[in-house]
Write a protein that binds this ligand. Structure first.
Ligand code: NAD
Ligand code: TYD
Length: 374
């Protein structure tokens, strides 16, 4: 890209992990809302990356895709130089707890070393620019799982299922290899802020759900299995609690923090929307059976209690008062609306589900870009 084209955009954002679930919603939002920004989607297209998630915006003039690995310093440095990157929004990660239990090393590599590689490339590129760190931001997208697990009040019949919540001041106490790797990456981001003065911001968000989520995560897995009349695996007793947020509300929060957040700060993002897994799955059965024209509760017979996840965190609950108070953000989607929209999307996009579960989606890169994945 020449100097002239670079100047046409007021911001040139390297958005890592943009072909994944949350990343694709964020890319779409930023490309559509900010024609004056160039959005460079930088993604290695692992099993979780799917360019079909971005089909509707791939021809937009301010969107560019770069296939690259955040662990590869040369590839990352080249992207900074080619596009004159002014900001990073970093979502690329290995993101599934069950996979991290089986293969912790790939989580340390991508989430820790990959984040460090990106930080170092940003440092070198921005420090060498005439204006230094001025007007730059490294935004790290993280999870509430870094805070560990909260107690569950056995007498609570409805949410909240305990008195405690995760605030920005809660000490880190990760348990799974996934959360340990994300916690470590958060610490490196803070270290680059505190040591080198890099403008950074971190957000820690609760569980997301919505369209384009890979069907290994609870909600799309359950919808897909109801559709196929396959068993619905409930880990342990189904008593574990998660705090759910509709993915577009996460994208709106990132947009807000990117523009108005204070460098050096951390913001928690969440819907204050706790569900026991079993209650959430029963709600999904109710909605999906209705939309499929099945008898009410017909798919309840598919519920299957299976061996619990190792080290299964009991309860997550986010205190999002800071972002609400300081930046005026609030989720726009009620759970009722979000779950209905989500189930409808998967039912209307059975082909997407089939291509993802069969692995066919990986051919799209070749069709669109006319070359093999390397
Ligand atoms: P995802 O697994 O759907 O997508 C991850 C993306 O990163 C994929 O497109 C993948 O190809 C890409 N990627 C993986 N390794 C890469 C590498 N080495 N180089 C470049 N790209 C690579 O993940 P998601 O659920 O969209 O989560 C995105 C981010 O948000 C993650 O950092 C995750 O920790 C965080 N987060 C997720 C949730 C959630 O509920 N899903 C909640 C809070 C925070
Ligand atoms: P998941 O979607 O993997 O997100 P996370 O582990 O990051 O919270 O799981 C959400 C909850 O659902 C978690 O408590 C584990 C549970 N779960 C099941 O009971 N069955 C399943 O098949 C899966 C994937 C998850």
């Amino acid at each position: 890209m020449g100097e002239k084209e670079k100047k046409e955009y007021s911001k040139r954002i390297l958005l890592t992990g943009g072909a994944g679930f949350i990343g694709s919603h964020l890319v779409r939002r930023l490309v559509n809302r900010y024609p004056g920004y160039q959005i460079v989607c930088f993604d290695a297209l692992t099993y979780a990356g799917n360019l079909e998630n971005l089909r509707d915006i791939e021809e937009a003039p301010n969107y560019t895709f770069v296939k690259g690995d955040i662990c590869n310093f040369d590839e990352v440095k080249r992207a900074f130089a080619d596009y004159g990157i002014t900001d990073v929004i970093h979502l690329a990660a290995e993101s599934h707890v069950d996979r991290s239990i089986k293969d912790p090393f790939s989580f340390a590599k991508t989430n820790v070393l990959g984040t460090l590689t990106l930080l170092q490339a940003a440092k070198e590129f921005w420090e060498a620019s005439p204006e230094g760190y001025s007007g730059k931001l490294f935004y790290h997208v993280s999870t509430d799982e870094v805070y560990g697990s909260l107690a569950l009040d056995p007498t609570a019949e409805k949410a909240p299922y305990g008195a405690d919540t995760f605030a920005e001041t809660t000490p880190y106490s990760p348990h799974s290899p996934y959360s340990a790797s994300k916690a470590s990456s958060d610490h490196f981001v803070r270290a680059y802020h505190d040591t080198y003065g890099m403008p950074t911001v971190i957000t820690n968000c609760s569980n997301n759900y919505g369209p384009y989520q890979f069907p290994e995560k609870l909600i799309p897995l359950i919808i897909n299995n109801i559709l196929n009349r396959s068993p619905l695996p409930i880990y342990g007793k189904g008593e574990n609690v998660r705090d759910w947020l509709y993915v577009e509300d996460h994208a709106s929060a990132i947009d807000k923090v990117f523009h108005e957040g204070k460098p050096g700060e951390t913001y928690n993002i969440g819907g204050e929307n706790e569900w026991k897994n079993i209650d959430l799955v029963r709600e999904l059965i109710r909605i999906t059976d209705r939309l499929l024209g099945r008898k009410d509760g017909e798919s309840e017979s598919l519920l299957t209690y299976v061996t619990d996840r190792k080290g299964h965190d009991l309860r997550y609950a986010i205190d999002s008062a800071k972002i609400r108070r300081e930046l005026g953000w609030a989720p726009a989607t009620s759970t009722e609306e979000g779950l209905e929209k989500t189930v409808k999307w998967y039912l209307a996009n059975k082909e997407w589900l089939e291509r993802v579960t069969s692995g066919e989606y990986r051919e799209y890169y070749q069709q669109y870009y006319g070359k093999d994945e390397d």
